[in-house]
Design a protein around this ligand. Sequence first.
Ligand code: ZN
Length: 712
Amino acid sequence: MTTRRQFMVSVPAAAAAFALADQLVLDVGRARAQQIDPLQGHFHIKGKAPSKFTLDVLKQAKATLPFADKRDFEEQKKGLIAPMKDLKIMADAGHVAWDMERFQFLEAQEEFDSIHPSLLRQSVLNNNYGLYEVIPGIYQVRGFDLSDISFVRGKTGWIVFDPLVTAEVVRAAWKLFQEHVGEGLPVSAVIYSHTHADHWGGVRAIVDEADVRSGKIPVIAPIDFMDFTISENVFAGNAMNRRLFYQYGLLLPASPHGYVGQGLGQAVSAGAVGLIAPNRYVKEAIEEIEVDGVPMIFQYTPNTEAPREMNTYIPRMKALWMAENVIASLHNIYTLRGAQVRDPLNWSKYISEALYRFGLEAEVMFASHHWPRWGNERIQEVLRGQRDLYAHMNNQVLHLANQGVTINQIHNVYKLPEGLQDKWFCRGYHGSPEHNSRGVIQRYLGFWDCNPTTLIPLSPSDSAPLYVEMMGGAEKILARGRELHDEGQYLLASEIVNKLVQAEPQNQVAKDLLADIFEQIGYQQENPGLRNSFLAAAYELRTGIPQGETADSSGPDVIRAMSTELFLNFLGIRMDSRKAEGMRFTINLITPDNGEKFLVELENATLTNIKGFLANKPDLTLTINRSDLEQTMMGAKTLEAQIADGTAKVDGDAGILTQLASIMVDFDPRFEIMPGTKARGTEVASYPGYVESGIKGKADPYEAVPRQTIAE
Ligand SMILES: [Zn+2]
């Protein structure tokens, strides 16, 4: 089965080739029409060099940022036991799961004229790749994935904190660890600090599920871990997956003009994602648990960086594990791939609590991303800085909002105080002050700036033609857009050229100019999510969305983590309501093995369900064990087949299931974002924004299809 990850991993090289071949044939004349010459050595034939304005922005940053503070570099390399020799880790499926080779260019030069010096610094720091001692008894393998895996010595073996995203990289990390310090001892416990996939996906490489089920190996996680592991990413999952192409620059090759890392780490590994349900949950605000002979204090921190998260303090070692609540960056309050806006005040308060409970005596602090901090003074500096970072963002943004600054202005008004701007660990390598400040307003006040013009506005493509007409047509806009571009007024230029692209999606000259504008804005960004988003849009405007094999659905473990209710809720989202007009039926769904029952109803072109209820006179009763239903949810066996062989029992009109199946839609993560970039050969359904792919067979209509779990 080709996973989504494989598709994505295979894309950059193919896409670059596609770009070259395709553009040479189709658009070379238009490329020449541009005033700016393509850049030799750029991965894209239409790619441009940074302008003098961009160079000035980067030079200015270099001059004002605290480059004299080199403590991160000392901390990042401290305790190195062994670097990893193989730069590539292969996936069991045969492709490359992890590739550090592609980031080696970052070390080749002191600076790049197309990379913000602060982002370059962070990416060089993230090029660490090997086994490190944190203190005797605590080790980390870093640079094998977006996240770090940590090993704490227990009485009988190793307690593993946060086993990365995929099994292949965890296996490689475990091997390296065992070669040097593991003493051949087994894994004795696992701790998942929180619900995001980069903190549990590789667990199957080091633990046998039977040992977890029997209780031999404790797997400890915050309460409701399973409910939140994938629920955050299911309902809008396809849209999030598409948006990852922007935030994570999935189509951009690693290069000075493309992808240069993700701030949290270099990238996300592309192997097999697995999940073993925890057998011990932390639910009190503070809980002490002896884990393999090591007393640990767990601080439960819900609704911070993740819906469910916890920090851990090991008093005997004076070691504080801050999960992903404190890292070497400003984190996302609002995450660009899309997520509910996080609560910065709550987050800050939990950091404050960690400071006063543990941070006054801790001698080492480590986390699931980046490198540790040693010495109590340094720990306090980082904890206090991070506490204030999130509190300031909450308070000052609301201070300004209370004086009338709107969601459409705040990113131009809000500034971090100088004391925080000067701390490397407060800079925006994941969240940016710009998109986070907008997120805070979104959290409290929502999208509307209170100007009625923006209350029920026309869709961009509907209003754009009038702008183009009033501005005197395409040629005038292009001329003025080029002027603004040439003056370095990129945001103004993007305003008007975007209008033209919205009005004329097939105007490649306009799309190319907008791409050139976006590219300069992208080069100027310190934040990798912002950089990638501008460069990704430039890429798609120049090349279109590449054709490629689309994704299959998620692995069995992830599906098992999905409750039946979540699955039924998601069926309601997958159903195309416009095709359900006039349909009406009631289904009783009974899953005897777990004792659940659901009343599922289609009425008013809306599919609803209610747990714990059954209809008196249902049109259909479907009885199937939850464990068998999972086969259908995974796409391994159709519901039809389950009924045919008697695994599922139906009583009533089974034709209802066929009817329901006929109105289910299989979402495709390649829908168009920028106008006129749709993959060739796909068909657009009758409404905007939806691309129905004709490339691959449809998923089973009753498949759960949450796609991949999303890291971070
Ligand atoms: Zn993470």
